[in-house]
Write a protein that binds this ligand. Structure first.
Ligand SMILES: NC(=O)c1ccc[n+]([C@@H]2O[C@H](COP(=O)([O-])OP(=O)(O)OC[C@H]3O[C@@H](n4cnc5c(N)ncnc54)[C@H](OP(=O)(O)O)[C@@H]3O)[C@@H](O)[C@H]2O)c1
Length: 229
């Protein structure tokens, strides 16, 4: 891995993605909304910044040129297909063979075999309806975005995050193929470790065409799983 593009680099997760990539010596280009360019000012001499919305096909095409890895913070803001537009732009314009790693939450299911609690399902449905009613976000569009990714032949990984918290690293998160696996019981990952997992996925061929649901190593169940692996 030499050159990595981070689509959505100025947010909380994006900043961690940039930091982990720089630590590995990767050449980093970050796309962020024009109004957020100032949030990356402290990194201006270490990364290239391409201002633009992450669903702007021309912006994405320019930013991913020459990149062998693309990390995508997939967010569903607004009600005009922001997530699916972002996913489509990356899938259409990334270099052939590039590793593509997308973020989303546990609510995304690839094969319908995830086991959700009734409380979780109700919460996701309530958030979907409320966010759409005020035109704040369209969570169903993040679902559509992931369907596009799952149907693609590109070398993708969709990393499904648990609840997130700020704090010191607990190391590389553990993962399961399906929500409901006992290893995921704590439903908590440090945001820096979520980014760590996404960056590690760039060079982990075992994660190609996987949608790992991840959780931090901070709980006894996750620690036991990590030690047994
Ligand atoms: N938060 C959680 O508990 C949680 C749990 C599981 C998974 N995830 C996943 O983690 C990823 C990052 O989520 P996060 O909550 O941690 O947030 P985050 O890292 O702060 O990222 C939010 C991103 O959305 C952009 N954004 C904010 N408002 C926007 C708008 N109105 N229009 C377009 N873009 C906008 C931000 O860009 P600017 O810098 O330009 O504002 C930033 O790139 C997402 O894929 C999410 O599905 C989050």
């Amino acid at each position: 891995m030499r050159k990595v593009c981070i689509i959505g680099g100025s947010g909380k997760l994006g900043r961690y993605l940039i930091a982990h990539c720089l630590e590995r010596g990767y050449d980093v280009t970050a796309v962020c909304r024009p109004e957020s360019v100032g949030k990356l000012a402290d990194l201006a001499d270490r990364i290239a910044v391409v201002p633009g919305r992450t669903d702007d096909r021309e912006v994405v095409a320019r930013a991913v040129t020459g990149c062998d890895g693309v990390l995508v913070v997939l967010v569903p803001f607004g009600v005009r297909g922001y997530s699916s537009g972002t996913a489509r732009a990356v899938l259409d314009h990334a270099e052939p063979g590039a590793r593509l790693v997308f973020s989303c939450g546990w609510h995304i299911t690839r094969d319908g075999r995830d086991r959700y609690t009734r409380r979780f399902r109700l919460m996701v449905r309530a958030m979907t309806v409320a966010a759409r009613a005020i035109r704040f976000a369209d969570i169903d569009d993040q679902v559509r975005a992931c369907e596009l990714i799952f149907a693609s032949d590109a070398a993708w990984t969709v990393v499904r995050g648990s609840d997130l918290a700020e704090g010191p690293s607990e190391g590389l998160p553990v993962w399961a193929r399906h929500v409901g696996d006992p290893v995921l019981a704590s439903n908590l990952t440090m945001r820096t470790d979520y980014a760590l997992f996404m960056v590690a996925a760039l060079t982990d061929d075992d994660l190609v065409h996987e949608a790992p649901a991840i959780v931090g190593r901070g709980t006894p169940s996750a620690r036991a799983h990590a030690e047994a692996a």
